[in-house]
Each structure stands twice: as structure tokens, then as C-alpha cells.
Ligand binder design. Structure first.
Ligand code: AP5
Ligand code: MG
Length: 182
């Protein structure tokens, strides 16, 4: 099963991706995690990504598509995968289409819907390096302007499912399981 987890910063994409991946024994592909690893390793990609991530902007489509292309070609993705935080622009979504072969089509785009005001507290409490009020505000701005347009994009394909993310973690997962038939 190939799944996209979609939603604003702090909506629970990573948390629910772990649950789904454990349940289905498929890999968790988080572009945020991959980019943080690149930053930590000091690679060329990491150097380019660092400042953008600290600002709460988007790393270029070219870079992100190249890391996803490389990862999705690994053998462990042949039985399915969960994409977390990718795609984030229309250009990334069409780029993803061309990376996938016919047998790899995306079956579910799970949109975790949350209230922005309540999420701020969650993120401040977690305290990742981009979880400061200024960066969080920018991450939301970026989401609203560049990522939200993917909602009608996937709605048109009839693969977008909205999940209420303002519930306990276990309840959110129960709702996801119902949608994907687990
Ligand atoms: P990324 O790492 O993807 O960050 P994000 O989208 O801002 O989302 P988060 O990881 O903060 O939140 P989440 O939805 O995973 O929630 P989580 O489960 O952690 O991206 C970081 C940066 O990398 C971007 O800003 C950008 O610069 C760059 N980047 C990444 N992908 C890119 C792309 N495709 N293109 C370009 N640039 C890209 O939960 C958050 C907290 O809430 C946790 O503490 C968790 O325990 C808690 N929690 C979760 N669910 C619940 C619940 N139901 N109730 C209460 N608490 C909960
Ligand atoms: Mg995450």
C-alpha cells in the first residue's frame, strides 16, 4: 500500500506514519527526517537545506525530488511505503507521479486536519530546533501558501481522505485504520 500523510506542521504526520508502518511493515519516508540527516552530516544538500529549514521555508523541489527518487528506488519500497511531508508543492506531486511506475500508484492521501492555534503548544513542547515561535509561524505560512493547493489536486483524483487530528493519538490511528481498511 502506498500512502501519503499530509497535513500542516505538528499535525501528527510522523506519529501516525510510525503507527501505519509498524502495522503494515512498510518503510516510513520522511523528507523532513532525510533533510535533517543531511544537515547533520554536513553534506552539500545539508548545507543548502540548513538555513531554509531554520527559516521554515521549503527546500527546493529539485533537491527534495532527488532524495525521494533515490530512496523510493530501494527494494524495501516495493511492497509499499508511507510518504510523510512529501509532496509539499504541486511541482513535487507531479514529480512524484513521474517517479512511480504503474504498479506503485498512490492509493491514499491521508489529510490530518488540525486547528493551527492548538498546534503551536504541541510544537513548543516538543522543542525540535525549528520549533520556535518565529519558525513555526513561517512553517504554517509556507504550508498555507504552497502546500494547501495539493488538497484540491488530490481531491480531484478521489484519493484524499480527511482525518480529524484533534483527537487522542490512538483515536486518530483508529480513524486512519478505518479509511485504509486495516
Ligand atoms: P517536517 O519534518 O516534515 O516538519 P513539519 O511538516 O513542519 O511537521 P512536523 O514534523 O513538525 O510535524 P508532524 O506532522 O510530523 O507531527 P508529529 O507527529 O511530529 O519538515 C521540516 C522542514 O523540512 C520543513 O519546514 C522544510 O523546510 C523541510 N522539508 C521537509 N519536507 C520537505 C519537502 N517535501 N519539500 C521542501 N522542504 C521540505 O507531532 C508533533 C508533536 O505533537 C509531537 O510531539 C507528537 O508527539 C505530538 N502529537 C502528535 N499527534 C498528537 C495528537 N493527536 N494529540 C496530541 N499530541 C500529538
Ligand atoms: Mg514530522
Amino acid at each position: 500500500m502506498n500512502i501519503i500523510l499530509f497535513g500542516p506542521p505538528g499535525s501528527g504526520k510522523g506519529t501516525q506514519a510510525v503507527n501505519i508502518c509498524e502495522n503494515l511493515s512498510i518503510p516510513h519516508l520522511s523528507t523532513g527526517d532525510m533533510l535533517r540527516e543531511a544537515v547533520a552530516s554536513g553534506s552539500d544538500i545539508g548545507k543548502k537545506a540548513k538555513e531554509i529549514m531554520e527559516d521554515g521555508g521549503l527546500v527546493s523541489d529539485e533537491i527534495v525530488l532527488s532524495i525521494v527518487k533515490e530512496r523510493i528506488a530501494f527494494k524495501d519500497c516495493s511492497n509499499g511505503f508511507v510518504l510523510d511531508g512529501f509532496p509539499r508543492t504541486i511541482n513535487q506531486a507531479t514529480g512524484l507521479d513521474s517517479l512511480l511506475d504503474v504498479s506503485q500508484k498512490i492509493e491514499y492521501v491521508l489529510r490530518i486536519k488540525v486547528d493551527e492555534e492548538d498546534i503551536l503548544k504541541r510544537l513548543i513542547e516538543r522543542g525540535r530546533s525549528d520549533d520556535n515561535p518565529v519558525t513555526i509561524k513561517n512553517r504554517f505560512k509556507t504550508y498555507n501558501s504552497q502546500t494547501q493547493p495539493l488538497i484540491p489536486f488530490y481531491e480531484n483524483r478521489k484519493i484524499l481522505f480527511t482525518i480529524n487530528g484533534m483527537q487522542e493519538i490512538e483515536k486518530v490511528f483508529e480513524d486512519i485504520k478505518k479509511v485504509i481498511g486495516l
